[in-house]
Design a protein around this ligand. Sequence first.
Ligand code: GDP
Ligand code: FE
Ligand code: FE
Length: 206
Amino acid sequence: MNERSEELVYSVNYITHTRDELIAHLKEAISSKRVEHILGVEKTAVELAAQYGENAEKASIAALLHDFAKERPDEEMRDLIISENMDLELLQFGNNIWHGPTGASLVQTRFGVTDEDILNAIRNHTVGAPEMRLLEKIIYVADYIEPGRHFPGVEEARRLAYTDLDAAVAYATEQTLHHLMEKRAKIYPKAIETYNKWVAEKTKEH
Ligand code: GDP
Ligand code: FE
Ligand code: FE
């Protein structure tokens, strides 16, 4: 299985664009700093896919598109949340929480992506979900540990990612919640559901 993202050649099963075309699109729509982050997520996701037996092409596409809506205007995001009948609780939050679900919707219309694994991985990459399939876990963790991330604990998260993916999901969830609470940030309810399933319920002593 291919572990090197640059060498990937896409089939036409998941997207009609080539990898180079997709990257060219990103470079037009997104700031260069964020493109660098996205390519780091892709590299990491393709490595994790090889290790855990996920399709490398799906990992690459989901990673390249995971932050597609991150720089879209708030108005466009609000309209999409309403027109696509998404959770209206989203309106109490901002782009940090919106760009996953709205990104999944945008890549469906803009790039013709229909694969539910890829769409869910994009949709849930920020707050996770109580139940996550392999590709969702890979993107959630790769976003947290890509080479451009520098924060206390990232080395431990990297070590866990390559030894026990579920433990890495739990670690990233716990650290993110902890960080948000320290800042007294408003927590999106689904982030709590992820925490309850991946952290609280996995801890033996309550
Ligand atoms: P990025 O898009 O690559 O920067 O990373 P993410 O999509 O994982 O996260 C975007 C931002 O959302 C980060 O700053 C997270 O800390 C923040 N975030 C994650 N969950 C929540 C939440 O429940 N509430 C709030 N307010 N922010 C959150
Ligand atoms: Fe994101
Ligand atoms: Fe990201």
